[in-house]
Design a protein around this ligand. Structure first.
Ligand code: NAD
Length: 490
C-alpha cells in the first residue's frame, strides 16, 4: 500500500514540541504517511501576511487534502485574521468533531463516566463575522443559518453515529427565541433524524441542555450544535471530562480535512519539554482513521490509554497519589511508543474499523438542492437611527411623526419595536429604548403583496421626512409561509 501524503504545520509556542511527539508515536506505530511541511502562524503573520498562511501552503493543502496542524499564536492587536476560521471557512471544513472522554480513575474528573462527541457546525452562524455599528448606541452581528448548512452538519452527526456505533444524537438549539434561524436547524434535525430510525434522536433548548450536559454527561452520546453554541460547549465538555489539554478535534470538509488539538499554543510553556502532546495526538488518531489506517490509529490509541493508565503523566494531569511518574513531552511520547502492541487493562480499549469507501454513485447527497419557493413581498422593516433624548416612552413620539412622513402609496406603519420589543402602537412607558428602531410597514390592505418600487418610494419618503434610515429588511412569504418573526408583544 502506498504512503498517504499529509500536510503538517508545527505551529507556535508548544506546537513544535507536541508535533514532534505526535509524529514520533505515529512513526513508531507504522503510519504509512509522507509529510509535506508548511509554515503557518506567528512568523507568517509578522512577515506581513495578515492571513497567517502563505499562498503555496494552500497548494499543499489542496494537494494532500489532509492537514495535521499544531496550535499557533495569533498576535494580539493589528488586523490579523484568525487562521483557524480562515482555513475552516475557505476549505469548507463544515464539521468540527470533538470527542470528550473521561479517563477515571487515572485523570481527575467529576464525571467518571463520560464519552460525549460534540459535532459543531463550523462555517456559519455569527462566525460570518458580518458586524456593523448602526447607531451611536447599537452594534449588530448577523447570525446566518442556511438550510444546506444545517443539512450538512445534522447528516454528518447521524452518519458519525452510525459509523462509530453510537446510539443517540441530541441537538441543542434556542428556537423558542430564534424561531427563524434556530427554528430551521430544529426543523432540519427532525427531517434528517427520521431517516435514521436506528439512532435515538433527542433535542434540548441549549441553556438547559448545557446544564444537563455539565451535570450528567453520561446521559449524552453525540451532540450536534450550531457554531457558537458548539464552540462554547465543546470547551466545557472537554474541561469537565478532565482537561482541555487532552482533547483532539477533526475539522471535516467534503474534500479536505484538518486535525488538531483544541488548546492553543500555550506560549508560557514553550521550549521547556513540559507540554502534554495528548490533544494533538488524539487529533492525529482521528486523522489515521480518516486516511484509512485504522490499524495504526488503534495501536497508537491503545498504547496511549495504557500510558495514561500506567500513571505516566505530564505536569498538567499529574496528581500525587494517582500518577506514578511526572514526565516531559518527549518522555511521554517515548512511553506511548514503548507500549505499542499493549492495551489498557481498566480503561476500555478502542477498536477502529476500516471506513468503507462508498462508490460515488451510491453516496447520499449531504444537502438537498432546493426548488425555489413562491416568494411574495408583503412588507418591509425599515431601521432608523433616531433619538429624542429619552430612554423611556420615545416610541409614542416617533410613531405619529413617522406615520405622517411615510404612510401612503398603499403602505402603512403597523409596528415599531426597539431591540425586538414592540413600543408602538400601544407601547408601555416602562420599556427601555435606545436609538435603534425597527419600523414595520405593510400593505394597507390585509394580505396584499407589495412591490420593490413601493419600498424604494417609501425609503424616499422616510428620507425626505428627515429620518436617518440605517437599513431595511424585506418581509416575505415563501410558499405562503411568513419568513419573518413577530415583534415581542406584537
Ligand atoms: P492555551 O490553550 O494556549 O492555554 C491555556 C492554558 O492551558 C495555559 O495555562 C496553558 O499552559 C495550558 N495548556 C494548554 N495546552 C497545554 C498542553 N498541551 N499541555 C499543558 N498545558 C497546556 O490558550 P491561551 O493561553 O488562551 O492562548 C495562547 C495562544 O494560543 C493565543 O495566541 C491564542 O490565539 C492561540 N490559540 C490557538 C489555537 C489554535 O491554533 N487552534 C486555539 C486556541 C488558542
Amino acid at each position: 500500500m502506498s504512503n498517504v501524503p499529509i500536510t503538517v504545520a508545527h505551529g507556535d509556542g508548544i506546537g513544535p514540541e507536541i508535533m514532534d511527539a505526535t509524529l514520533h508515536i505515529l512513526k513508531e506505530a507504522g503510519a504509512r504517511i509522507d509529510i509535506e511541511t508548511i509554515d503557518i502562524g506567528e512568523k507568517v503573520y509578522l512577515s506581513g501576511n495578515s492571513a497567517g498562511i502563505a499562498p503555496e501552503s494552500w497548494e499543499s493543502l489542496r494537494r494532500t487534502k489532509v492537514f495535521l496542524k499544531a496550535p499557533i499564536t495569533t498576535p494580539q492587536g493589528g488586523g490579523y485574521k484568525s487562521l483557524n476560521v480562515t482555513v475552516r471557512k475557505t476549505l469548507g471544513l463544515y464539521a468540527n468533531v470533538r470527542p470528550c472522554v473521561s479517563y477515571h480513575p487515572f485523570i481527575r474528573t467529576k464525571h467518571p463516566v463520560m464519552d460525549v462527541v460534540i459535532v459543531r457546525e463550523n462555517e456559519e452562524d455569527t462566525y460570518a463575522g458580518i458586524e456593523h455599528r448602526q447607531t451611536d448606541m447599537v452594534e449588530q452581528c448577523l447570525k446566518l443559518i442556511s438550510r444546506p448548512g444545517c443539512e450538512k452538519i445534522v447528516r454528518y452527526a447521524f452518519e458519525y453515529a452510525v459509523t462509530n456505533n453510537r446510539k443517540k444524537v441530541t441537538a441543542f438549539m434556542k428556537d423558542n427565541i430564534m424561531k427563524q434561524t434556530d427554528g430551521l436547524f430544529h426543523k432540519v434535525f427532525d427531517e434528517i433524524s427520521a431517516e435514521y430510525p436506528g439512532i435515538e434522536a433527542d433535542h434540548w433548548i441549549v441553556d438547559i441542555g448545557a446544564a444537563k450536559m455539565a451535570d450528567t454527561p453520561e446521559n449524552f452520546d453525540v451532540i450536534v450544535m450550531e457554531n457558537l453554541y458548539g464552540d462554547i460547549l465543546s470547551d466545557v465538555a472537554a474541561q469537565i471530562a478532565g482537561s482541555v489539554g487532552l482533547a483532539g478535534s477533526a475539522n471535516i470538509g467534503e474534500q479536505i480535512s484538518m486535525f488538531e488539538a483544541i488548546h492553543g499554543s500555550a506560549p508560557r510553556r514553550a521550549g521547556q519539554n513540559l507540554a502534554n502532546p495528548s490533544g494533538l495526538f488524539l487529533g492525529s488518531v482521528m486523522m489515521m482513521v480518516h486516511i484509512g489506517q485504522p490499524d495504526v490509529a488503534e495501536a497508537a490509541h491503545n498504547a496511549w490509554l495504557r500510558t495514561i493508565e500506567d500513571g505516566i503523566h505530564t505536569y498538567d494531569i499529574f496528581k500525587e497519589g494517582v500518577s506514578k511518574e511526572k514526565v516531559g513531552t518527549k518522555e511521554f511520547a517515548e512511553a506511548v511508543a514503548d507500549r505499542l502492541g499493549q492495551k489498557p487493562e481498566t480503561l476500555k480499549a478502542v477498536e477502529y474499523k476500516q471506513v468503507e469507501e462508498v462508490a460515488e454513485a451510491d453516496k447520499k447527497p449531504i444537502y438537498s438542492v432546493l426548488n425555489p419557493a413562491k416568494k411574495e413581498l408583503v412588507g418591509v422593516d425599515v431601521f432608523l437611527h433616531w433619538w429624542n433624548g429619552n430612554y423611556y416612552g420615545a416610541g409614542a413620539d416617533l410613531g405619529p411623526k413617522l406615520e405622517a412622513a411615510a404612510n401612503g402609496d398603499g403602505l402603512k406603519l403597523v409596528m415599531i419595536s426597539n431591540r425586538g420589543t414592540k413600543v408602538y402602537p400601544k407601547g408601555f412607558e416602562d420599556t427601555f429604548c435606545v436609538d435603534h428602531w425597527r419600523c414595520r410597514f405593510m400593505a394597507d390592505e390585509e394580505g396584499k403583496s407589495i412591490s420593490h418600487q413601493q419600498v424604494i418610494d417609501l425609503l424616499s419618503r422616510v428620507n425626505q421626512g428627515g429620518f436617518d434610515f440605517i437599513k431595511m429588511e424585506h418581509l416575505c412569504t415563501f410558499d405562503g409561509e411568513p419568513g419573518f418573526s413577530l415583534g415581542q408583544g406584537q
